[in-house]
Design a protein around this ligand. Structure first.
Ligand code: ZN
Length: 167
């Protein structure tokens, strides 16, 4: 989503040369405002116990009906580990201890930077949320690869399995 009007004075934005890096961006002709289109930040978690990983089946688009890692967008000023704990609790009912940062990838369809963390449950019962049709543990050898919604999640999971189990 882009701004079309200056949020300070309401004039339509026009292409302006940004003196910082010389690139053209939408800006107020008075010089009030330049619109930087950056990326949102999100977290995904590889929640595991022993040889099993939690996936949730998405209730919402994109990828409705497909499996995904638990995760979501960070709230304003929220740290990534806190975001993992909140999102995993909301989507799976599990309370986790957050481990290593596994990877960081830019989205391909949405402007979002996704941080992937390892996490282990310390409390709670597996329970689907309104955002998921189902949540369950999968043995790493039985992950539903063709039904995992996003390439980023598949690639991070494959690398994690290779490193952890040599599989
Ligand atoms: Zn303005």
């Amino acid at each position: 989503m882009s701004y079309r009007f200056c949020p300070l004075c309401g004039r339509p934005l026009v292409p302006v040369r940004d003196s910082g890096d010389g690139r053209e961006r939408p800006g107020c002709p008075t010089g009030h405002f330049i619109h930087y289109e950056g990326m949102a930040a999100a977290v995904n978690a590889v929640v595991f116990r022993g040889e099993e990983v939690v996936l949730q089946r998405r209730a919402i688009e994109p990828g409705r009906g497909l499996w995904d890692l638990p995760g979501g967008y960070l709230e304003k000023f929220e740290g990534p580990q806190e975001g993992v704990i909140r999102e995993v609790r909301e989507e799976t009912g599990l309370t986790v201890r957050v481990g290593r940062l596994l990877d960081a990838r830019a989205g391909t369809r949405s402007p979002v930077l996704v941080l992937y963390y390892e996490a282990e449950p310390v409390d709670g019962e597996l329970k689907a949320s309104p955002e998921s049709l189902e949540v369950r543990w999968f043995h790493w050898r039985q992950l539903p690869w063709p039904e995992i919604a996003f390439a980023g999640a598949r690639e991070v999971l494959r690398a994690w399995i290779r490193e952890r189990f040599g599989g």
